[in-house]
Design a protein around this ligand. Structure first.
Ligand code: NAD
Ligand code: TDX
Length: 345
């Protein structure tokens, strides 16, 4: 198992990146983390509150800043790259920052890692594979060959967000093959848990109910997402960073398929609301139908197992966190909802 003492976590003040920083601090006392984060609308210093200053340093900066990235990478022994523009709906409004951060930013990081021969892990998404038909429309009901995403599934991204992530994955693959970059890639399914920005589906609906606003379901809510608790994503990334084979792609998922209507009804029930207390709103253009991950390579070759697989329990804990931490999200709620309302959503 490889040992890294000084790691850079890009996007470490965002939802999933900050969870990974907490995971490393709590489980690997020998590791120092430098967070490189631009603190966009999605980044929040509070996500790192309470972490010891001798273990975690926050550098506020842009991954596209070549000089800054060069200075930081030459002192590190690994880079774990989470920073991204991450929201599909925003990418449909304005793709430009997605191209800049997700594609150009990745190229800056991998160039620096190549120059200093630093280990690089690339955090990506299952959305690069496009979507799958609903289980009921498949002969094997979602369990037949090709009915879940595997590392061999061809890339077929649908949105500006997912195509920018796909482009960044392809850059990493090319840098491995052409320049010997010491990289691994992971493609994970939909994360949930505390600290997720309230623009995203689950926290949007929870904070709507807490704010006296009716939840908003896109279309009929038939679209399926494969939910994983963000704690399990963090343990998977650490496993791949330390045990993964250079040049390989690992899919991360925890068999958590649910359609959006089911998830919304579970939120309504857990929050003591009637099952029909929501609005159906305009669907997302190009809305991917179903995601599903086959994580057997990660489980079988690297021995990873998810620990937080009780969705109902995780959802209740997430609801409790947003209920108890209203200061964390209240100031942004009005603007987020105004933006959605302008779009009929
Ligand atoms: P997020 O939007 O919550 O956080 C992104 C972080 O990146 C923020 O802290 C932001 O300030 C920072 N950032 C943005 N642009 C930057 C730049 N140019 N330079 C430096 N920092 C910058 O995103 P998230 O949901 O935590 O996702 C993190 C990563 O995981 C992304 O790469 C995303 O594609 C991937 N991913 C997310 C999910 C999911 O369900 N959310 C699933 C699979 C993969
Ligand atoms: O208000 C809503 N109502 C609704 O029905 C919102 C915000 C979303 N939805 C639907 C759209 C999706 O089918 O819920 C589902 C989940 O939506 P998002 O939370 O926006 O996530 P998704 O588009 O699936 O992408 C997420 O998972 C993969 C992350 O945002 C990406 O960063 C990650 O790569």
């Amino acid at each position: 198992m490889a040992e890294y003492k000084n790691i850079i976590v890009t996007g470490g003040a965002g939802f999933i990146g900050s969870n990974f920083v907490h995971y490393v601090v709590n489980n690997h006392p020998e590791v120092h983390v430098t967070v490189l984060d631009k603190l966009t609308y999605a980044g929040n210093k509070e996500n790192l509150a309470g972490l010891p200053a001798d273990r975690v340093e926050l550098v506020v900066g842009d991954i596209c800043d070549e000089k800054l990235v060069d200075e930081l990478v030459q002192k590190a022994d690994a880079v774990v790259h989470y920073a991204a523009e991450s929201h599909n709906d925003n990418s449909l409004e304005d793709p430009t920052p997605f191209i800049q951060t997700n594609i150009v930013g990745t190229s800056v990081l991998i160039n620096a890692c190549r120059k200093y021969d630093v280990r690089y892990h690339h955090v990506s998404t299952d959305e690069v594979y496009g979507d799958l038909p609903l289980r009921e429309d498949l002969p094997g009901h979602g369990e037949g060959p090709g009915e879940k995403f595997t590392p061999e599934t061809p890339y077929r991204p649908s949105s500006p967000y997912s195509s920018s992530k796909a482009a960044s994955d392809l850059l990493v693959r090319a840098w491995v093959r052409s320049f010997g970059l010491k990289a691994t890639i992971s493609n994970c399914s939909n994360n949930y848990g505390p600290y997720q920005h309230i623009e995203k589906f689950i926290p949007r609906q929870i904070t709507n109910i807490l704010s006296g606003i009716r939840p908003k379901l896109y279309g009929e809510g038939k679209n399926v997402r494969d939910w994983i608790h963000t704690n399990d994503h963090s343990s998977a990334v650490w496993t791949i960073l330390t045990k993964g084979k250079i040049g390989e792609t690992y899919l991360i998922g925890a068999d958590g398929e649910k359609n959006n209507k089911e998830v919304l009804e579970a939120i309504l029930e857990a929050m003591g609301q009637p099952q029909d207390a929501y609005d159906q709103v305009k669907d997302r253009p190009g809305h991917d139908l179903r995601y599903a991950i086959d994580a057997s390579k990660l489980r079988n070759e690297l021995g990873w197992e998810p620990q937080f697989t009780d969705f109902s329990k995780g959802l209740k804990e997430t609801i409790a966190w947003y209920t108890e931490n209203q200061d964390w999200w209240k100031a942004q709620k009005e603007a987020v909802e105004a933006k959605y309302a302008k779009n009929g959503q």
